[in-house]
Design a protein around this ligand. Sequence first.
Ligand code: PMP
Length: 325
Amino acid sequence: MQIATDFADAVGNTPLIRLNRLSEETGCEILGKAEFMNPGGSVKDRAALWIIREHEKSGDLGPGGTVVEGTAGNTGIGLAHICNARGYPCVIYIPDNQSPEKIDILRTIGAEVRPVPPAPYIDEMNYQKQAGRYAASIPNGVWANQFDNTANRLAHYESTGPEIWGQTNGKVDAFVSSVGTGGTLGGVAMFLKERNPEVRTVLADCMGSALYSYITTGEAVMSEGPSITEGIGSSRATDNLAGTPVDDAVQVTDQEMVVMVYRLLREEGWFFGSSTGINLCGTAKVARDLGPGHVIVTMLCDSGAKYQSRLFDRAWLAERGLSPD
Ligand code: PMP
């Protein structure tokens, strides 16, 4: 019998899907991990589950505890589901420039949502810092701290990495991922490199982020932005990313990403969000670099449904000088 026993048990073990057009165009096998099929709808269910389990194991989260997080949305959604299943209240600080769909989902599933004006990480009013302070100010408050809590990358070291290795029978030449916290790329890279140091690990960066520069020069210098992507890009190397074996980075523009997500929708029926578009554009660049005959895996992070009012609204795109055509 193969029956998931509860919400947490349904997280992970996502299918690995061949992206046919991209594979044909590049002569590589381009494979995407279907993270949008997680029960909370994104790759972040894994991090949310590992973080909550870690706090439960250490004893600082139990009955009467409240989980607090600063999140662009998806980690909050994963946390809110798991908190419901385990009886913890969940308080979410989110920059108020994130998609209304994500804020609505968070409220619908029962999180207390506190939208705050966007502020850089160095600013004390940054959403992550506000979440940390609030958690410390309430009895039994626990700050998930996805950016620097390495239970996040452990989730990918213990689940995503082994799943990719098993699903490809160890035949994987490269892994490509965008980075928000770095949990996905850091954890998968650590696992795959342990199995085979020859696996190439590449960070796909959106514009307006410092990670391309961090990987290629060692210094985190912001590239020219902005970007309409959500949940990815960073001004700093978090504890989840620092020290992980990442070989290289590629940059992807919003225009390239927009064309990619619309093509996949029109030509193959896939409905992906912006970070997945960045991942697939980055993967195509790596495939061209490596040449035909390679197996390249990336993440299909979440569905386009969370971005209908933006990425999938042509007028909204046009106002930003972007076009799907
Ligand atoms: N894609 C989406 C849609 C996300 O919400 C996130 C996380 N914020 C990522 C990608 C990046 O994942 P990670 O935090 O593991 O780097």
